[in-house]
Design a protein around this ligand. Structure first.
Ligand code: ZN
Length: 266
C-alpha cells in the first residue's frame, strides 16, 4: 500500500481548467474515496465580454466552487489577477502552504509546454513549490510534509506545445468513458459564463461539446469512447511511485508504439 495519503491537490491557472482537462480522472478518484482539492491561481476575471472584472471574478468563483462540489471536492483560489500571473516568492510560499494544509499525496498541474502563458507560469510555481514541500526552512505557517507529493501533468490543448508541435507521448491515457465522462460534463456545465467567452474569443460554438469531442479523439487513440492523458514528473526531485496508475489501473491505457510513430518497429 502506498505511503502517500489519498489526497489530491490540483492547481490550475483558471476556473474551468481542472474540469476541462482532468475532471473524468478526478471523478474516478473521488469515487475511490480520495480527498480532492481544486485550486486556481486566478478567478479568471478577464474571462468575459459582458461583465466587468470584479463581477466576472465573483461569478467564476461561484461556478468553480459548484463544479468542485459536484464530486465533493473543495475549491480554493489564490486570487492572482487573470492574465497577469507572475512567479514570485510570495505565491510559491502560498502554494507550499496549501500543499501542506491539505497534506497532498499527489499534485497535478499544467504541463510545462502548455499553450497558455498563465498555464506555463502556474506550472513553474507549482513545480517549485511542490518540490520543497517537505523542507522545514521554507517559511510557511503549516508543518512540512513527511513526503514529497507525487507530481503529474495534465494534457495541453490539442496535444501540441505553444508552437503547435506535437508533445511527447503521454505516459498514460485514462479511460473516462461512461460515468466519469458524464460527471465531467456536469462539472463543466457549471462554467456557464465560459460558453459565450469561448464563442467570441476562440470561435468555439459549443465549448462543452468541444471538450467532449477532444476526449473522444483521445479515446480513439486507445480504442475507448472518451479519454484523458497524463505525464508523471519522473525527471528527478519527485517520487517515481505510480500512485494514480496503481489506484486506477483498470482505466489506464497506453498507445502501441506503431500507433505513435506510424512505423512498425519494436
Ligand atoms: Zn486556463
Amino acid at each position: 500500500m502506498s505511503r502517500h495519503p489519498k489526497k489530491l491537490l490540483i492547481i490550475q491557472a483558471h476556473p474551468d481548467d481542472a474540469e476541462a482537462w482532468c475532471a473524468g480522472t478526478l471523478a474516478l478518484l473521488a469515487d475511490k474515496g480520495w480527498n480532492i482539492t481544486i485550486a486556481t491561481m486566478t478567478a479568471g476575471g478577464m474571462g468575459s465580454y459582458s461583465m466587468n472584472e470584479r463581477k466576472t471574478v465573483s461569478v467564476r468563483q461561484k461556478e468553480a466552487a459548484a463544479a468542485a462540489g459536484a464530486i465533493g471536492a473543495d475549491y480554493y483560489c489564490f486570487n492572482r489577477r487573470d492574465g497577469y500571473l507572475f512567479d514570485d516568492e510570495a505565491i510559491r510560499i502560498e502554494v507550499v502552504t496549501l500543499i501542506r494544509r491539505v497534506k497532498a499525496g499527489v499534485v497535478i498541474t499544467h504541463p510545462p509546454f502548455d499553450y497558455h502563458n498563465d498555464h506555463r507560469i502556474t506550472h513553474d510555481i507549482v513545480d517549485a513549490a511542490t518540490m520543497v514541500s517537505t523542507l522545514p526552512n521554507v517559511p510557511s505557517d503549516e508543518d512540512p510534509l513527511l513526503r514529497t507529493p507525487v507530481f503529474y501533468h495534465e494534457m495541453p490543448m490539442n496535444l501540441t506545445d505553444f508552437l503547435g508541435n506535437p508533445v511527447p507521448e503521454p505516459h498514460f491515457f485514462m479511460d473516462i468513458s461512461g460515468k466519469p465522462m458524464k460527471m465531467k460534463m456536469e462539472m463543466l456545465t457549471h462554467h456557464k459564463s465560459q460558453q459565450d467567452l469561448m464563442r467570441q474569443m476562440m470561435g468555439m460554438e459549443d465549448f462543452f461539446g468541444e471538450m467532449k469531442r477532444f476526449n473522444a479523439e483521445l479515446g480513439d487513440m486507445i480504442g475507448v469512447e472518451h479519454a484523458e492523458c497524463y505525464w508523471q514528473h519522473l525527471g528527478g526531485g519527485f517520487p517515481r511511485e505510480p500512485i494514480i496508475q496503481d489506484e486506477l489501473s483498470e482505466y489506464i491505457h497506453h498507445r502501441k508504439k506503431q500507433d505513435i510513430t506510424g512505423d512498425t518497429y519494436e
